[in-house]
Design a binder for this molecule. Sequence first.
Ligand code: NDP
Length: 236
Amino acid sequence: EIPRMDLNAMEENYRQKNRTCFILGASGETGKALLKEIVERNIFSKITLIGRRQLTFEDKAYENLVQNVVDFEKLDEYAEAFQGHDVGYCCLGTTKAKAGAEGFVRVDHDYVLKSAELAKAGGCSHFHLESSKGADKTSSFLYLKTKGQVEAEIEDLGFERFSVYRPAVLLVDREESRPAEWVAQKFLGAFSSVFPTMSIPITVVARAMVVNTLKDGEKRVEILENKAICNLGDKK
Ligand code: NDP
């Protein structure tokens, strides 16, 4: 448990370090919530979004964001975009339904791993990866296997600190329609007090990533399962 006062003190302490960060997937549901947390808490001296398209924001609080638009198929040509960030957050991902099996692996594995490599080479010391509950490189399910593989390969890159988040079903009012997810959410949302390990609000994931950033890492590699994410992200 981290009381509110402590969180304020941790933010202030972190601010003094003048750290910079980048976010991959800031246009996505988790990424958007994460960006909001980061902007509101004002904990970084510079925030860079790395994505495949330029984003527009109405809010004045977002006007100092730096945006690097890259071609993920040719990331090596964009190594510069990944240089000079202390902290990296990855909320990138697609689905088999959207991109096909091959497309899914390309995004959730190839783009993510390559981005992590470039970030490491560019001086990033703390890398955060949004993975998934059940991630397991030995799984026979493509989704869980891919998530597990990319976790393991990024671990091998040797970041000073590597934080893996494994949320369960994300509860969110998604802009894009995903009927199966909608049904799962209605069900799990209604029963979230009965099955606390089966779902998690997206705002809680985002907050957990930020609170964890402010904390001193005790381990070089840490894996936060759904329950740990809930505990950490439950702070005000
Ligand atoms: P979203 O689907 O809302 O957002 C995905 C992000 O990835 C967007 O920023 C999107 O950019 C980017 N992206 C997707 N495809 C491409 C591509 N081909 N090239 C470049 N960028 C791309 O993500 P969520 O917040 O729902 O999920 C985040 C992560 O959490 C994913 O890895 C997901 O697998 C994982 N997860 C999801 C769960 C769930 O219940 N949904 C449960 C557990 C984990 P653009 O806006 O340009 O498309």
